[in-house]
Design a protein around this ligand. Structure first.
Ligand code: PLP
Length: 341
């Protein structure tokens, strides 16, 4: 009995019994006093993996991004990012509200900025203009359909960022999807970025939590900002234990999510009611229905067959594979798609 197949996002996963056991057995303490051994261990583990000096555990990826931005910029400064970025579209206007900064967006292909794009956006040293202070890159790009930057592409952008004296932030909510797909190492990223946000609650399958990584000085300041935003937690080591379990056990299996996404995409490509399909690099499948099919009606039809997906516009549909999507489910998904009237 398969039951509902939830392809709306990789955030919908439930902890496995092994992860729950790790959480249940966690040693905890008061993290605001710095006394939660499991949170301390997760922060150190993340920092070590990405070759950064220190880490900070936060409740969400929105908070790690917003804390980082607030530490990097002053009111009146400008943040440069792609127009599809999560920090710009889906964090409640936090860049303005939390940091008092403006944003200059780049209109790039599938969420992937180039060094030339970034260079074009950096303001001259002229007191009429906001000070360009921070560049934020999203890898993989959520709205860009899970597209990934290679290490060399990120390195090339970082040269422009550093040559111009700006800070460089990575929204790596799904960075392990990119690293696993391209067979690259997290340790190389520490040198490229000043700050890195990684979500435990997306493909890695934890119930909550994100890590912010940076230098000792950056993380000290970030800890203060996390507190002022209300993100100082107490015995949250139970959640950190899920994060440690996920880093130890759920990274390499992301390849299976990518394989399943590609299997679904291969079928979608041949469907008469699909106008086009975005390239599928990782675990996100985005496609456009032809003009006779409305996305909401299509999603209702799928829901009646116990398959959930989301619409990204009147004709656009998104499906995301994750830890709780198994091969027999993929079989049901493709058969249902093929037999859609
Ligand atoms: C690219 C990206 N960054 C940040 C976030 C924010 O994470 P959270 O939902 O934990 O706040 C998300 C959430 O989907 C995301 O896709």
């Amino acid at each position: 009995m398969i039951g509902f197949i939830d392809l709306r996002s990789d955030t919908v996963t439930k902890p496995t019994s092994e992860m729950l056991e790790a959480m249940f057995n966690a040693e905890v303490g008061d993290d605001v006093f710095g006394e939660d051994p499991t949170i301390n261990a997760l922060e150190q583990k993340g920092a070590l993996l990405f070759e950064k000096e220190a880490g900070l555990f936060c409740p969400s990826g929105t908070m790690t991004n917003q804390v980082a931005i607030r530490v990097h910029v002053k009111p009146g400064d400008e943040v440069i990012c792609d127009q599809s970025s999560h920090i710009y579209n889906y964090e409640g206007g936090g860049i303005a509200a939390n940091a008092g900064a403006s944003v200059k967006v780049i209109h790039s292909n599938r969420g992937k900025m180039t060094p030339e794009d970034v260079l074009d956006c950096i303001n001259p040293d002229d007191y009429h203009c906001p000070v360009s202070r921070l560049v934020s890159l999203e890898n993989t790009s959520n709205k860009g359909g899970g597209s990934c930057y290679t290490l060399n592409e990120m390195l090339d952008i970082s040269k422009v960022v550093k040559d111009n004296g700006l800070a460089f932030h990575l929204d790596g909510a799904r960075i392990f999807n990119a690293l696993v797909e391209l067979e690259e190492e997290p340790s190389s990223l520490g040198k490229i970025f000043d700050s890195i946000s990684i979500c435990m609650s997306k493909g890695l399958g934890s119930p909550m939590g994100s890590l912010l990584l940076g230098s000792d000085a950056f993380i000290n300041e970030a800890r203060r900002v996390r507190k002022l935003m209300g993100g100082g937690m107490r015995q949250a080591g139970y959640m950190a234990a899920a994060g440690i379990y996920a880093l130890d056990n759920h990274i390499h299996r992301l390849k299976e999510d990518h394989r399943r996404a590609k299997e679904i995409a291969d079928v979608i490509m041949g469907l008469s009611y699909v106008e086009n399909l975005a390239p599928v690099d990782t675990n996100i499948v985005i496609f456009k229905l032809n003009s006779e099919v409305n996305a909401d009606a299509f999603l209702q039809y799928l829901e009646a067959k116990q398959i959930l997906a989301i619409s990204l516009g009147p004709q656009m549909v998104r499906m995301v594979t994750h830890l709780d999507i198994m091969d027999e489910m993929v079989h049901k998904i493709v058969e249902t798609l093929k037999n859609t009237p």
